[in-house]
Structure formats: C-alpha cells, structure tokens
Design a protein around this ligand. Structure first.
Ligand code: P6P
Length: 341
C-alpha cells in the first residue's frame, strides 16, 4: 500500500539498496526478515496480558500448543526467520549462551546477526514497553560456515543496527549508516510505514537524565557528583534536569532519541563492568545514536570502539545527546564540576 507519502519499510529498503549497484539483496532480505519477526513478536506482546484469559497459561494452551515465555518465543521467531535464508554465517542471542551456527541443512552467507530478542521482558506483566535490539556484521572469519569470531567485532564494523519498541505503537528504528529512520506498524494492514525519516537527536534537546538512582550508594564518587550536578541547582547548573526512567532500555533510549537527554547505566560496586550487554544492546544503540547526531560512551570512550572478547560481555553505558555524554565523560575523568551545556 503506497498511497501518496506512504512508504513501507520494504520500499525504503529497496530504494536504499539501489544506491549500491553491487548490492546482492542479501542485506535487504535480512532487514525484511527482521521486520517480519517484529510483526510476529508484536502480535504476541500485545496478547501477553490475555495469557490467563486465553488459556495461554505458559504451559499448554487451548490449541494444545506449547506456550513458552515471550522472550523465548521472540528468540525462536527471529532464529526461524533467518536460519534458512542462506544470508547468514551465524547468530548470537541474549537468550543463548553460545554462538548459534546455521543448521547444516541450510546454506550460509556473508552476514551475522546478533540480537536481544525481547529486552525488558520482566516489565511485560506491568504493560511496560519492551523491545528487540539487533546488530548486523559482515562475516570476517576464515571458518567455512561461520564462527563466534564473526560476532566478536567492534561496533564500528556494524553494517546495520536497529530496534523495535513495543509500546503505545510498535516502531522499528534502524540505520545502515545512511541516516536513522523510524517506521510505525499499521496493524490493520500489517505494514511498517515510514513515520520518522532521518531522525536526529534534538540539540540541545530536552534536559532529561535517565538512570536507576536506587543504585546511588553503589556508584563511584564521580558518578554521584555527576547526577548531583544534573539535579542541581548549583552554581554551574542553574536549571535542573528532569529525571525519567522506565527501566526498559529500548523505551528509555527511544525517548532520548526523539526528545534528547542522556540514559546512563553506570558501572557500580555490584556490576563493576556495567549491567548492559555490549554486542546486542549497547553497540547497536550506539550506532543509531551516533548516526542521529548523538553519542554513546562507556564513560571513558566510544562504545563503538570497544573490541569485544566474549558474546555476553557487559559495559557501562552513557548514551544520548552528545553534549551531555561528553559532560558525563568529563565528570567521570574526575575533572571536577564541568561546565554544563
Ligand atoms: P535495573 C531490563 O531488565 C534491562 O536489561 C534493561 O532493559 C534496562 O535498561 C535495565 O535492565 C534496567 O535495570 O537494574 O534499573 O532494573
């Protein structure tokens, strides 16, 4: 359905592909398949609240189907949408401990996809927005069919990154390095329609900081000084920031992407390496943030430049409006009260 001004994600991907004459379509097909997965997951997320009423007790439902937890369901949907296509050399998932090879019965390809199938799923029972995050890399190993080394690449080597936020509406946001584009699912036709072309994080944008202040006592002295400074008012910060924290990474990030602000999940004494995952949470969101004019940092340097050593390694994360992230880095470098933008 492409009435005047209506651009489906499929059309958007095809038109973007035409800019690369050598493109084989494999990359575009991966994006289609992820969009298809998002529709399947969105349908189940929307029904989650009805589980008891519909007899979806998490065991065997009225159709005699085995019903698993939503994040396991989401994991299965993405794996099954991608495993047979011949475009991938493997996958990695937050739900699966090890590298996921392509089943021997299927051909392999030149990309690998890493994903968090349903981040924040513990919030579903409270009807809080949750999300899927994905990252796409090119195969780099000499392994015939693909191996974990194809996943262990820095964020700067991603060829695409994106997320789906299952909120008041279902939105898919992605970048291939040529702008950040948002698509809203029109459920009556089952299509993602271009609703937010060329998203840019507003600069300076809203003065919002987003973190779990319940961890304040676990933070470093510099981290505490940073948040105290944001809360102001003090000599350097006459206008306090507003605090917003949903506790669901994709939802918190999506708000910052559209309104401005900074999301922080610092390292603390409980999680000295941070809580959030580098490969399929921080790095893909960092690619989106940077291509929308923002920044993403470990607190010391670019998330995108971190060289991963394991699939599920964690990282501290500061992401959103560039000026705010740079200010956080100054505080965390112990450089005293940094002039607020
Ligand atoms: P906390 C959800 O469990 C999650 O992985 C992210 O989506 C979210 O940003 C973070 O953890 C919230 O963690 O410790 O504040 O509950």
């Amino acid at each position: 359905m492409t009435g005047k001004g209506l651009v489906t994600i499929e059309r958007h991907i095809i038109e973007a592909e035409r800019e690369f004459p050598e493109a084989t379509g494999a990359f575009s097909n991966i994006l289609y398949d992820l969009a298809f997965s998002a529709k399947m997951i969105a349908r189940e997320v929307r029904r989650a609240g009805l589980a008891d009423i519909l007899g979806l007790t998490g065991e065997v439902n009225v159709q005699g189907e085995e019903v698993r937890k939503l994040d396991e369901f989401a994991n299965e949907v993405i794996f099954k949408a991608l495993d047979h296509t011949g475009h991938l050399c493997g996958m990695a998932s937050e739900e699966v401990e090890d590298f996921i090879p392509i089943p021997d019965r299927f051909p392999t390809g030149k990309y690998c996809v890493l994903f968090d199938p349903l981040d924040g799923s513990s919030n579903i029972d409270a009807n809080v927005s949750v999300g899927t995050i994905f990252s796409v890399h090119r195969k780099v190993s000499d392994h015939e069919r693909g191996c974990v080394d194809d996943c262990l690449q820095a964020g700067t080597r991603q060829v695409a990154a994106g997320y789906i936020v299952y909120g008041s509406s279902t939105m898919l946001v992605y970048t291939t390095g040529n702008g950040v584009h948002g698509f809203t699912l029109e459920p009556s036709i089952g299509e993602f329609l271009l609703s937010h072309p060329n998203i840019r994080i507003p600069n300076p944008g809203q003065r919002i900081y987003s973190c779990n202040e319940g961890n304040y006592s676990l933070w470093s002295e510099d981290q505490r000084r940073l948040v105290d400074h944001l809360k102001g008012p003090d000599g350097e910060n006459p206008k306090p920031f507003s605090s917003r924290y949903i506790g669901s990474l994709v939802a918190d990030f999506h708000r910052n992407l559209l309104y401005g602000g900074m999301f922080m999940y610092p390292a603390d004494s409980k999680c000295p390496g941070g809580k959030l995952r580098l490969l399929y949470e921080a790095a893909p969101l960092a690619m989106i943030a940077e291509h929308a004019g923002g920044a993403a940092s470990t607190g010391e340097g670019r998330i995108m430049e971190v060289i991963p050593t394991s699939l599920h390694e964690r990282t501290p994360l500061y992401i959103g409006t560039k000026e705010y992230v740079q200010m956080a880095e100054r505080f965390l470098a112990g450089s005293g009260v940094a002039a607020l933008v």
